[in-house]
Design a protein around this ligand. Structure first.
Ligand code: NAP
Length: 242
């Protein structure tokens, strides 16, 4: 069976993506770091709708944890492979550059950029062997425009966009597509501490986006209809361009 793995699938955008890909008929592997209760809820919601879901907790920023988790999953699924990989796990640790601590820099880069590297490298072989695959990386408007207070996050997301474009060219001959999605402000735990009332005035649509709206875009990029789209960065931001 072909599975979809969603990193950070326990909450927010990743949860919406997991539910949506399940509705497309894909069995789902839900990754998360620590919030087991939320991940169990996503699994239950998928199963209640008739889908297949399993949990695979690991820290994407740890190369050992990634190796161990994929090894375990592969041993339990000798006839299956991950055909759709959504690199969604991400964190914010905002600070002005002048005050930014090494830890704030490294944690954000390790999760977004190094997490992409460790996991994608590990799963790529199966996609290349099967001559089919979809890799979708959750970037951000911040990685295109750059946002003050987010030098770490903007750098990590911009690097993820560069990696998306480079990898897309490496694997295109094997029918593996690699794309990035760049959301603007989307309502989730990550943005709940922001002043939505003020920030939405910057958005021509005058509102934050919904996780389901991002999930619909991801689902399209994962579908057969998107077979000829690769190396792209698709913005989804209510008109909040740079
Ligand atoms: P969120 O609500 O804070 O959820 C983050 C998810 O990532 C959780 O499932 C969390 O797992 C998981 N996670 C964090 N660090 C991890 C790690 N080291 N290993 C494995 N899983 C990890 O965030 P969100 O708003 O849904 O954001 C999802 C993605 O979209 C992120 O990459 C973010 O940068 C990007 N994005 C969001 C927005 C926005 O406005 N919300 C805009 C642009 C881009 P636990 O539940 O276990 O903590």
């Amino acid at each position: 069976m072909k599975y979809a793995l969603v990193t950070g699938g326990s909450r927010g955008l990743g949860k919406a993506v997991a539910l949506r890909l399940s509705r497309m008929g894909l069995p789902i592997v839900i990754n998360y770091r620590s919030n087991q209760a939320s991940a169990e809820e996503v699994k239950a919601e998928i199963e209640a709708a008739g889908g297949i879901a399993e949990l695979l907790p690991f820290d994407v920023a740890s190369p050992q944890a990634v190796e161990e988790a994929v090894e375990k999953w592969t041993a339990e699924h000798p006839d299956d492979y991950i055909d759709v990989l959504i690199n969604n796990a991400g964190i914010r640790m905002d600070n002005l550059m002048i005050f930014m601590q090494n830890e704030q820099w490294h944690n954000v880069v390790d999760t977004t950029l190094n997490g992409f590297f460790y996991l994608t490298r590990r799963l790529l072989k199966d996609m290349l062997t099967h001559r089919h695959g979809r890799i979708i990386n959750m970037a951000s408007l911040s990685g295109i425009k750059g946002l003050p207070g987010q030098v770490n996050y903007s750098a990590a997301k911009a690097a993820l966009i560069g990696a998306t474009k480079a990898l897309a060219q490496e694997v295109a001959p094997r029918k593996v597509t690699v794309n990035a999605v760049a959301p603007g402000f989307i309502a989730s735990d990550m943005t709940k501490d922001l002043n939505e009332g003020e920030l939405k005035k910057l958005v021509p649509m005058n509102r934050f986006g919904k996780p389901d709206e991002v999930a619909a875009l991801v689902a399209f990029l994962a579908s057969d209809d998107a077979a000829y789209i690769t190396g792209e960065v698709v913005s989804i931001n209510g008109g909040l361009y740079t």
